[in-house]
Design a protein around this ligand. Sequence first.
Ligand SMILES: Cc1cc2nc3c(=O)[nH]c(=O)nc-3n(C[C@H](O)[C@H](O)[C@H](O)COP(=O)(O)OP(=O)(O)OC[C@H]3O[C@@H](n4cnc5c(N)ncnc54)[C@H](O)[C@@H]3O)c2cc1C
Length: 369
Amino acid sequence: MRISIIGGGIGGLTLALALRREGLDAVVHERTSAFGRVGADINLTPNAVRALDPLGVGDILRRDAARPRYRISRDGYTGEETSRLPMSDAAEEAYGAPQLTIHRADLMTALESAVGPDAVRLGHQLESCDTTGEALTLRFADGSTEEADVVVGADGIHSAVRASILGTEHPEFTGTVAYRGVVPTSRIAHLEDVGSFTKWWGRDRYTQIVTFPLTRGEETFIFATEHRESWSEESWTTPGRIEDLRAAYADFHDDARTLLDACDEVLISALYVRDPLPTWGKDGVTLIGDACHPMMPFMAQGAGQAIEDAVVLARSLAAHGAPDGLRSYEALRQERTAQIQVGSRGNEWLKDGGNADWVYAYDAWGVSV
Ligand SMILES: Cc1cc2nc3c(=O)[nH]c(=O)nc-3n(C[C@H](O)[C@H](O)[C@H](O)COP(=O)(O)OP(=O)(O)OC[C@H]3O[C@@H](n4cnc5c(N)ncnc54)[C@H](O)[C@@H]3O)c2cc1C
């Protein structure tokens, strides 16, 4: 079976590793010509770490990541605590893996070195995937073509694979912009619960500040969102204005504002989503991750759901071959990811307590394929 994965992001590289574990080889086509250290954080909740552990990257992730002690919700203005879930060892005991918070670049480095250079073609941007012939034909921007029996679109929210099989359609701007910043923890060490994941809830579903430790706790990540119709640039590398960030949260609790005051620089990006898609694939083609279910970051499941998809798809393909394994993968994953897409948009999850088990206890290696 010739398997081509389009996109060497978190989902695509995890899929290459999971397929290898199932005895299947794949080639990853990534449009960038070198893997860069782009992005700030990635929140790997226990369901994601449990899915990654059998792929041989667990030790390196545990070395570089932080392990938040609690998942706390607070009223953004009064500071009042409205929920507190124990994470770290308690999560490991309950879900078989801890929550790990890590620089996206450190996660990518771990995945890249586990996959190895031979399985990845860099600088290979897919333009289209033709499903009309006997084999699938991939056309790349450099003019080359390639045939495959299975094509997986792991090529993010603007997926070219998705457009090839389902038609072109643009994701929707949510009217929300996100600021991301990283500060040395020593600057804010006097604040309560610095080693925990804390969400400061604001007046509406757009307004919130999330903070958690990175890099063994030496750094702290700050993620703040606000409603803005006038900014729609989606890039992961655009610098934001720190004065705008501070002004947007001027009425927040002192401790929350202290976090923002500690930031020297921030990145800004507009957030885009899609509604849950009824169809993820056709013939030998399917999609994983943001290509089929881009979501708001409010449940911190963008990476986690791409990772779960990768594991379930690899197992399903190994068990049933193509195209049956692709269709059974889609049937297994659509309901869960749609529920998380919708929940992330509503942004109410764990605000005043509640149960995280349905998200965190999912075992991608255990679900019956
Ligand atoms: C550069 C970057 C930085 C990010 N930074 C953060 C962050 O700081 N915090 C956070 O929470 N999330 C971040 N994300 C998003 C997060 O990684 C994803 O939402 C999530 O992990 C889902 O992963 P995915 O594999 O489905 O998609 P992505 O991680 O978006 O990966 C898609 C990959 O496909 C490649 N690609 C796209 N089109 C083509 C094509 N036509 N041909 C070949 N390759 C193609 C892209 O270059 C990319 O490597 C970032 C994503 C990217 C691409």
